[in-house]
Design a protein around this ligand. Sequence first.
Ligand SMILES: Cc1cc2nc3c(=O)[nH]c(=O)nc-3n(C[C@H](O)[C@H](O)[C@H](O)COP(=O)(O)OP(=O)(O)OC[C@H]3O[C@@H](n4cnc5c(N)ncnc54)[C@H](O)[C@@H]3O)c2cc1C
Length: 383
Amino acid sequence: MSGNFSDIREQIRALCAGFPGAYWREHDRARTYPREFVDALTTGGWLACLIPEAYGGSGLGLREAAAIMEEIQASGCNGAAAHAQMYTMGTILRHGSDAQKTSYLPEIAAGRLRLQAFGVTEPESGTDTLSLRTRAVRDGDHYIVNGSKVWTSRAEHSDLMLLLARTTAREDAPSRTEGLSVFIVDLREARGKGIEIRPIPTMINHATCEVFIDNLRVPAANLIGEEGKGFRYILDGMNAERILIGAECIGDARWFVARAGDYAKTRKVFNRPIGQNQGVQFPIARAYAQMRAAALMVERAAALFDAGERCGEEANLAKLLASEASWEAADTCMQTFGGYGFAEEFDVERKFREARLYRTAPISTNMILSYVAEHVLGLPRSY
Ligand SMILES: Cc1cc2nc3c(=O)[nH]c(=O)nc-3n(C[C@H](O)[C@H](O)[C@H](O)COP(=O)(O)OP(=O)(O)OC[C@H]3O[C@@H](n4cnc5c(N)ncnc54)[C@H](O)[C@@H]3O)c2cc1C
């Protein structure tokens, strides 16, 4: 792989050309994991783009990673099958011990180890991460973990999972954000020995699961960083996640706008292309304008991130604006296609379902607005 932006986009487009709509429709219908696509991304080194060269990755920046994700979506593919591997490793990179970095990162970079799963959300706590109940109790050189996670995506297709669990009872923790810890769980060893994974049928093909944890023994050596500081480590990784998801939304919006435009030019009703009607043109033009505006915020956030500057505001705004732009474009594309938007063969209904996710996950729109209101505008704390 090459580090030049237009090269990257070109190479990704070439890779994605091997995975046309029919490929995605088949996996979507059967709700099967697009393994061949993920393998191609892994073999090409794309998922290791953020891993430093010293650990076998290509050491590119978040701007390049964003270009990769955007181009995947703009090509009609679905990066959600693999995107977490790009940013989840950041927790190990930034907060892991030297031993953890040298044992995991080169293996991940080489594609021999998959780090696709992270277990944060729980059935009871939902958005309120600090009230999660999964408990890890130290027992000699191990921790014993009990609890459950929900919406743990790709758990069935990952060798490792980052797990957030409470190590100090909430009432005994020094502050409300302390007392949670992050662990690397080796799912290959843990499945059937303390971990049970159950897929959740959903409206999209997302390989998302419930994870039940029953007396799981995790080596203490798998604790990342300091015990009790895990919430901060997870928060640290969220800017990268938001920016990359924002880039995916931009790619989706591009796909919808392009599809809607092509269809509007060729579909003839009343003896003229439907796109000749301004009632059809304007929503497409508006979706394009919203996509371009949101893309600027994604680029700005990624540039700040790469420069090592604070980017919480921009990362959140990027995710918010891009997910709204892609949803607007999705709805416009559906409307432009008329009844055919509902037919599987055009891929519009599939992409429409997939695009909707990003207004809810990995963080819902309300939570971003709440962040902006409280932390950017200084409004009173609401929860
Ligand atoms: C397909 C899919 C994949 C996912 N993958 C993962 C994953 O890999 N790992 C992981 O850990 N999690 C994952 N998630 C979880 C996702 O991050 C959560 O669904 C999301 O954060 C919301 O949590 P919840 O579903 O429990 O909603 P709830 O917390 O129950 O919230 C429901 C609604 O109420 C709103 N709300 C709640 N409190 C407030 C408030 N104080 N003010 C205003 N609005 C509020 C929320 O914004 C939301 O719209 C995934 C979810 C989905 C659907």
